[in-house]
Design a protein around this ligand. Structure first.
Ligand SMILES: [Ca+2]
Ligand SMILES: [Ca+2]
Ligand SMILES: [Ca+2]
Ligand SMILES: [Ca+2]
Length: 420
């Protein structure tokens, strides 16, 4: 086969060195001769002899290089392929391009390797096409890891002989380190709905995040009230409305809730029973949508000036075709009982206005901002914001309730705020 000359090395050893030779060629003009070994036609014109000595790593090179000055290289080629250095080929049963070190054979130069073999022994699990060096490229470019869900992270509890990665659930493409980037850039969490918040009740081995409805069902609402016990008829009306629409209601007292309690929830409701001096702007920056019924903190929330109070308890629907109108039209009573009333403001610039005080519809009781809207004093809405001014004086025995029409308007507000 030596006599096969330049044709012969088309097989094994050529393949092993070929790519590097071509890389050199493309990387450096001065080494173009090495490429020319295979591209013989153009080569004969090249002198390129300066770097020609490098060609002796190329197999079966060139009779054509005889035209080059260093004829040595011709005889050198004998020591390469012609001497018959065998190449080790290993089984690649899973066809991932990496061979099984336990099943290798040496193939003499110039002979065809067995079918289904590759010239490396780098596979740590030749029964799994998702396991090979660099499979989990986010963990390592080199380590032999298993990445069955193809999220770029390696199984953290792989079979023996496979390097552990940092994927705490290698059967779920939505679970990996940093999946829930708003909760953590590094913790291995599940973010099924891709909202940046991690499932708060994930499978074993996965770090819990703050998303109460990561699977898209059973949304949850933070309800902030004066005492967090849901003991007030007004708050009970809000709770019943939320539960009617399938929300899990998470109760917080105005004195206890913190900004982070809004992380990962579907909506934050600030009840009028919250003391404005306690809740103030606590939730101004929450990334969750907010429906704020406490008109005295609309300013603290960066939404609108603080609401003016009136004892009127009817509103005028301003656009009955708007989804925010909840199917209502004309004048409707939204709140009832001794101490009931409304908060209102002049129409806030940039807001959708939904309802005004009955008899003075320029006094806006309900308004809504899209996420990203510029609101009061230039504050940009982190998410949707709705002001819904149902006022209620809180005596020792509160009796103010939200009427069925008031509930309908509130449910429409929540539905819009949550993207419904
Ligand atoms: Ca493999
Ligand atoms: Ca994975
Ligand atoms: Ca995963
Ligand atoms: Ca999520």
């Amino acid at each position: 086969m030596q006599s096969g000359g330049a044709d012969c090395p088309a097989a094994a050893s050529e393949g092993a060195t070929d790519s590097s030779a071509e890389t050199e060629a493309s990387a450096s003009a001065s080494e173009s001769n090495s490429a020319s070994d295979s591209a013989t036609a153009s080569d004969s014109a090249n002198s390129a002899s300066a770097s020609d000595s490098s060609t002796d790593t190329d197999s079966g090179t060139d009779t054509d290089s005889a035209s080059d000055s260093n004829t040595d290289s011709d005889s050198n080629t004998d020591s390469d392929s012609d001497s018959g250095e065998p190449t080790t080929y290993c089984d690649d049963a899973d066809d991932d391009g990496f061979g099984d070190a336990d099943n290798c054979v040496d193939v003499p130069a110039g002979e065809d390797p067995p079918d289904g073999t590759v010239p490396n022994d780098d596979d740590c699990d030749d029964g799994n096409e998702d396991t090979f060096p660099g499979a989990a490229e986010n963990d390592s470019k080199d380590a032999c890891m298993q990445d069955e869900d193809d999220d770029g992270w390696g199984d953290d509890d792989p079979p023996d002989g496979v390097d552990p990665g940092s994927d705490c659930d290698d059967a779920d493409v939505a679970t990996f380190p940093g999946a829930a980037e708003l909760d953590s850039a590094t913790e291995c969490m599940q973010d099924e709905d891709d909202d940046g918040w991690g499932d708060d009740t994930p499978a074993d081995g996965v770090t819990p995040g703050s998303d109460c409805s990561d699977d898209g069902v059973d949304p949850c609402a933070v309800l902030i009230t004066q005492d967090g016990t849901n003991s007030n008829p007004y708050d009970q009306g809000l709770t019943a409305a939320l539960e009617l629409d399938g929300f899990e209601v998470l109760n917080f007292a105005d004195t206890d809730v913190v900004l982070e309690d809004g992380n990962g929830v579907d909506v934050v409701i600030i009840s009028e029973t919250s003391l404005s001096t306690e809740i103030a702007g606590t939730m101004q920056d929450t990334p969750a949508p907010v429906v704020c019924l406490e008109g005295l903190v609309w300013d603290d929330m960066g939404m609108a000036p603080a609401g003016e109070e009136t004892t009127i308890d009817d509103v005028t629907i301003l656009d009955d075709a708007d989804p925010l109108a909840g199917g209502l039209s004309g004048d409707v009573t939204v709140i009832a009982g001794v101490g009931a009333g409304l908060f209102s403001v002049p129409a806030p610039a940039g807001a959708t206005v939904v309802a005004g005080v009955s008899g003075s519809p320029d006094d806006i009781v309900e308004f809504a901002f899209e996420a990203g809207a510029t609101m009061l004093d230039g504050f940009v809405a982190p998410n949707r914001r709705v002001g819904l001014g149902y006022d209620a004086d809180q005596g020792p025995n509160p009796v103010v309730t939200i009427t069925p029409d008031g509930v309908a308007l509130f449910r429409a507000a929540v539905a819009w705020a949550t993207g419904g």
